[in-house]
Design a binder for this molecule. Structure first.
Ligand code: FES
Length: 135
C-alpha cells in the first residue's frame, strides 16, 4: 500500500498509543521497584495528560538488552519499537506520537522526529495490509 492507497482506504483513526515497557531496568540492573521503566511510563503518562494519545505499559517488549524500551502503535500503520531510552524520554515519546497522528502514508515521519527516536529505533513492523506476496 502506498500513500495514495493509504488515504483512499480512509485511515481515519489517528489515535496513537505509546507503549512503555515497565520492566526495563536502569544501567545498575537493579530489580528494585519502581524500575526505571515504570518511572518512564509514569513520566510519559504525566507529560501526555490532556493530549490525544494513549499511554499504556507492558511487561516486556523483547528488547531488554537495549535499556529502556517503548513502542508507538497506530491502527493501520507501521509499528515502531525503540530502545536506549532514559527515564526522561517521555517528552520525546509524546513528540513522536503527535507526529505519528499526522502521518499520511502510515509511517512515522523522520523529519521532526526527536533524536532519541532516530538513534533508538530498533524495528518497524508493517501492518498486514502493507505486506506483499513473494513473486
Ligand atoms: S524488560 Fe523491557 S524490553 Fe524486556
Amino acid at each position: 500500500m502506498d500513500a495514495e492507497e493509504f488515504r483512499a482506504e480512509g485511515q481515519t483513526s489517528a489515535e496513537v498509543t505509546i507503549v512503555v515497557c515497565a520492566s526495563c531496568r536502569d544501567e545498575s540492573g537493579s530489580d528494585a521497584h519502581p524500575r526505571a521503566g515504570e518511572r518512564l511510563a509514569q513520566a510519559t503518562r504525566e507529560v501526555s495528560r490532556g493530549k490525544p494519545v494513549r499511554v499504556q505499559q507492558v511487561e516486556c517488549l523483547g528488547n531488554c538488552k537495549r535499556r529502556l524500551s517503548a513502542a508507538l502503535l497506530r491502527d493501520g500503520c507501521w509499528s515502531y519499537v525503540f530502545g536506549d531510552l532514559t527515564e526522561h524520554s517521555g517528552a520525546d515519546l509524546l513528540t513522536g506520537a503527535e507526529l505519528f497522528t499526522q502521518t499520511v502514508d502510515g509511517t512515522l515521519p523522520w523529519r521532526g522526529r526527536p533524536d532519541s527516536l532516530k538513534r533508538g529505533l530498533i524495528a518497524r513492523i508493517p501492518p498486514s495490509d502493507f505486506l506483499k506476496d513473494i513473486i
